[in-house]
Design a protein around this ligand. Structure first.
Ligand code: AMP
Ligand code: ZN
Length: 111
């Protein structure tokens, strides 16, 4: 998956402002923040999006959410929104599963 920007971040080929990493997941700040705190959390394994989650890989989702809780607490953010876009029409631009975590101030309304 050498053309995937987030795989390149995982491998270190592209630098990132990393917040957390373990053997399965990684969290780093979004390069174009849309809130005072905006980080992304990704599986290190390449999964193109939510529509590729199945019984063989879904355990990573609980690990991602456990890590969101931990990272947000470490950053002192206790009010936040978790967003994932699946598909072009939903606004997905990077086809490696990722969850946006937005917080650090008022976010406004959103569905
Ligand atoms: P999405 O549009 O939901 O696919 O989200 C992709 C996100 O990745 C956007 O918010 C981008 O700003 C962010 N992004 C793209 N490239 C990088 C990068 N090299 N480092 C950090 N964030 C990135
Ligand atoms: Zn990837």
């Amino acid at each position: 998956m050498s053309e995937c920007v987030f795989c390149k971040i995982v491998s270190g080929e592209i630098p990132s402002n990393k917040i957390y990493e373990d053997e399965k997941v990684m969290a780093f700040y979004d390069i174009a923040p849309k809130a005072p705190v905006h980080f992304l959390i990704i599986p290190k394994q390449h999964i193109s999006g939510v529509d590729r989650i199945d019984g063989t890989n879904s355990k990573i989702i609980s690990e991602i959410f456990e890590t969101i809780t931990k990272v947000a607490a470490d950053l002192g953010v206790d009010s936040y929104r978790v967003v994932t876009n699946n598909g072009t029409q939903a606004g997905q631009t990077v086809f490696h599963l990722h969850f946006h975590v937005l917080g650090g101030g008022p976010l406004g309304d959103m569905a």
